[in-house]
Design a protein around this ligand. Structure first.
Ligand SMILES: NC(=O)c1ccc[n+]([C@@H]2O[C@H](COP(=O)([O-])OP(=O)(O)OC[C@H]3O[C@@H](n4cnc5c(N)ncnc54)[C@H](OP(=O)(O)O)[C@@H]3O)[C@@H](O)[C@H]2O)c1
Length: 315
């Protein structure tokens, strides 16, 4: 009954259709069956498979996409498929990812969580330069609110710690914005456990976003910390950028046995890795989006999961 209620709760948000993440077909997997959703910050219920909106911008994460209608369609389709956690940043485009989200989805459906970030400037395509100064970050928050047409941002993540600025200054500014009612929850990105601990002395932190996938476990300790402390963990580069994961191995075997792609198996592996795991795969393709969403229904056997787990660091 509990499972039924949880699945129904997840599905209530959805527009319907057979591809939806948490449809009537429940996965018997321990983590996805008992934890198909995550309470971000203790109050925002999100389906654990989210969408990363970095790839809907132009080449080099710069400017508008060549096919703007396609980007709008992807965002709308993601929500129709049951995604209710969309990750973005003011630096994607810059600005264009947030503007496209608002154009596609505003007024937002109830329960849609948009997680944005600030703290990286964009001098040009492919270039990312930190700025963690207080005044700059406050302007970032105001800019994101305007572009996303929101009064409050559900999850605002400091994109990176600026080595030239004390964390107390950067997070102090975001704390002020939170106290002013402009931010609901705060998260961090690209951080070590020591940096998370330092940050938590300044302000409550609800999530961490670091690079993580089957092959790249540099952030394993951070993930374990998040599990222990009940913080959401948003792995970026969750499928290794689409072609970075090894194919001739346990992934491929599981993919063949399940009639799925290796990328879908990689996402299923992540979802089963931890109940705090909130993958945000990015795509500019509707077909890939559907594939990625369908991965939430895959149930790996424990032998399959372990064989894939053993691939860490082999690539
Ligand atoms: N915090 C940070 O510093 C940081 C850094 C990078 C990214 N992020 C966030 O994390 C999200 C995900 O990261 P990411 O986009 O770098 O990496 P990713 O999700 O691992 O990979 C995206 C790439 O994989 C391809 N792809 C997606 N689904 C596929 C499928 N089913 N089959 C084949 N190829 C597929 C996409 O190409 P197609 O477009 O052709 O599908 C795209 O090139 C971003 O959107 C962003 O929100 C955060």
């Amino acid at each position: 009954m509990f499972l039924g209620a949880t699945l129904a709760g997840g599905a209530a948000f959805l527009a319907g259709g057979s591809d939806v993440i948490f449809g009537a077909h429940a996965s018997p997997s321990p983590t996805m069956a008992t934890n198909p959703t995550w309470k971000l910050g203790g109050d925002l219920i999100v389906n654990r498979l989210g969408f990363g909106a970095m790839r809907i911008t132009g080449e080099g994460i710069w400017g508008w996409p060549t096919d703007r209608n396609n980007a709008l369609k992807i965002l709308r389709r993601a929500v129709e498929l049951g995604v209710n956690l969309i990750d973005t940043a003011d630096s994607y485009g810059p600005e264009t990812s947030e503007l496209l989200i608002a154009e596609a989805l505003h007024p937002y459906p109830a329960g849609l969580v948009i997680a944005t970030k600030g703290g990286l400037t964009r001098p040009g395509p492919g270039q990312w330069v930190p700025n963690g100064r207080s005044e700059y970050l406050k302007r970032c928050v105001e800019g994101s609110l305007k572009r996303l047409r929101l009064e409050r941002i559900d999850l605002y993540q400091l994109h990176t710690i600026d080595p030239k600025v004390p964390t107390e200054e950067s997070l102090g500014a975001l704390k002020e914005m939170q106290n002013a009612g402009k931010i609901r929850h705060l998260g961090l990105s690209n951080v070590s456990t020591a940096e998370i601990e330092r940050a938590r002395k300044i302000v409550p932190i609800m999530s961490v976003q670091n690079r993580y996938n089957i092959e790249d476990r540099e952030s394993e300790k951070v993930l374990v910390y998040c599990e222990k402390e009940n913080l959401g963990f948003l792995p970026w580069f969750p499928i290794g950028g689409g072609n970075g994961l090894p194919a001739e191995n346990a992934l491929k075997t599981a993919a063949r046995d399940h009639g799925m792609s290796a990328i879908q198996i990689a996402l299923a592996w992540l979802l089963e890795r931890s109940p705090v795991m909130l993958p945000i795969p990015g795509t500019s393709s509707i077909a890939h989006l559907k594939e990625n969403v369908a991965a939430a229904k895959i149930k790996l056997t424990s032998a399959e999961w372990k064989a894939i787990d053993a691939l860490a660091g082999q690539g």
